[in-house]
Design a protein around this ligand. Sequence first.
Ligand code: ADP
Ligand code: MG
Length: 736
Amino acid sequence: MTLALMMERMYEKATRPQGTTLVELTKTPVETLKGIGPTRSKGFNALGIETLYDLITYYPRRYIDRTRQSPITGSAIDQEIVVLGTVSEVTARRLKGGRVLVEAKLFDGQSRCKLVFFNQAWRQRQLANVKEVAVFGKLQRFRSDFQMTNPIVDTVGDRTGIIVPVYPMSEKAQVSTWDIHRALKVLFEETVPKLDDPLPQKVVKEFGLVERDTAYRSVHFADSIDHVVAARKRLIFDELFRLQLTLVARKARYIRDSRGIVHDVNPFVGENQREESLVSAFLSSLSFSLTKAQMRVVGEIAVDMAKEIPMHRLVQGDVGSGKTLVALLSMLFAVQSGRQAALLAPTEVLAEQHYKSLSRYLDEFVTRDLSIYSLFQGAERSINVGLLTGSLGVKRKQVAEQIRVGEIDIAVGTHALLSEGVSFRSLGLVVIDEQHRFGVDQRGVLRARERQGEGLDPDTLVMTATPIPRTAAMTVYGDLDVSVVDELPPGRTPIKTRWLSGEAENAAYEHLLEAVRDGGQGYVVCPLVEGSEKVVAKSAVEEFERLKTGPLSSLRLGLMHGQMSSDEKDKVMGAFRHHELDVLVATTVIEVGVDVPNATIMIIEDADRFGIAQLHQLRGRVGRGKKASYCYLLAKADREQAEERLKALERSSDGFYLAEKDLELRGEGTIFGTKQRGNNDLKLASLVRDREVVPESRRVAERIIAEDPTLSFSPELKEEIRELFKDEDIRYLFLG
Ligand code: ADP
Ligand code: MG
């Protein structure tokens, strides 16, 4: 913090008209507003409006623009138009077959138009109580009459103005859209003469923003759509900026407060730096060399791990890009520094698979190269990988003990591993495998750090198999550094993906039969069913029976699902790997870890029920050998968006492109879990529509935190973040 900056902030404060802060509004109940008594305030509460802050952030769903209205007579037939007028003669009757028909007359001062609603019985109630309405719909001509069928109707009430906001309503709330509007009018005219603006003036100017006070006023009381646009721009900026500020501050805080471990990442060890380090020795033992991308990412990790600042890094990479190996190398950096590593997976099945693939890499290695034992100060032993899951039973205690005394170098378990009272002799690195869950459980990471006995924070590496669009990554993982494994190991042939439906689906089974005749193998992924693991397993068994007695009766089929014991699964996998089975029928348990290059065909049943990310992940099980591979998506096309999803998969095998597409199709719901959704205050901002604002707001946040890490010179901003984010982790942020 320079003196100049301090002066600037003080000057700004002195010259800025002080007003009411958002924080003050969060502490003022709506019933304090004039005209809102106990009954009305209950109605507001039912809409989630408890405080004045809730009220001003109860944003219009859309606006009626009176300048865009059209007269009924003179408008083109079959065009969408907006008509403002009065309704009368509302009637309802039941049609044959039970459908309800509501009809009404709309009069725009000159001509009449009939409004017709099918199966919207509630319209009768809605229209009976209002006069002034704005109607959006397609103008039709029915004999000599004008008509609109199922138009959108907004009730205008007695509101004046050119731009009339329409608020989201619920039937239960007993509050009308103009009750909201009226309350806001009282708020802005009588209670809040001016809203404070904590954003530095420089930033407001730099991005061409309007003042906060102006923004909140015009989002509710606009003179033109341009004003609404400007208001929204400012409010969206604020939302994203607050989020970025918390993320950047969090990062600054842990850099300041935590003491990490300086790992030894030297490639050579020993007196004259002649001997290879553990990692170097392991690399030389591999039958292939790292891809450029893997090398770059491992390099980035090594630099982080050698620093005293704890690493917080995210590794993104497409399926099959070799992340597991990257994780293993990172864990070996910890091991060669005399510490332990933990690998956490989201499910037990995944933990088991990780355990197996790590063991496979290390088993081969140890038998080849014994010299590295010198690392363990003469104690000759191999690198021990341990699996710790809930289903381990009595053995669990034993494994936990081995972890405690340090006999196990690499512990693999579920995300719960660290919270279940397992202590490490010396934990150096935590690798968290997120698979396709977006959003790191920050608490988990924090807990992981608390586990360190010596008061040192282990390094943290988060891996995700779902590439995340840049802006989304900046939002969800904004406090992590990001590395991308953007290259596949050589020798992969692209997977041809085809979507088939109806009769054409048989072609997929025929192709599989043919491939098997030519010595190949394949997978059939069972339909996704909702329910417990048991239900899933049952439907998998049924599908297996259907295929065995039906289209694939001539082949050797194996079945794998999550309810089978590890031994059973091992047996089936082993048989498939050794080509004693032609086809593996499986639930999504095959998503990860399964790696059989001879398998070149994958058939995914009811593919429309899976998300893009999961389909992409699943199909990554083929295309691992030299032969051309195929993925067939079997699906009817009658689900919303399913068609676009399936077509995207046919078109592209680029995980990043598909992730963008997924975000576009499904919106941010895919990114924030429900928990995170509630904790962030993104009410207007969309990571899709406003994607260019994310990096902008991030830059501003970085600038501000660099100058003033604890925001001690921007107390309003600091208060605002502390109040508006309900997340405990974030609330702690600025306490120090
Ligand atoms: P991911 O975890 O990113 O999906 P994996 O780590 O499972 O990918 O790697 C997929 C396959 O590629 C594995 O069989 C692995 O052994 C192999 N592999 C990883 N890195 C390389 C490389 N540099 N060259 C050749 N094969 C590799
Ligand atoms: Mg893997």
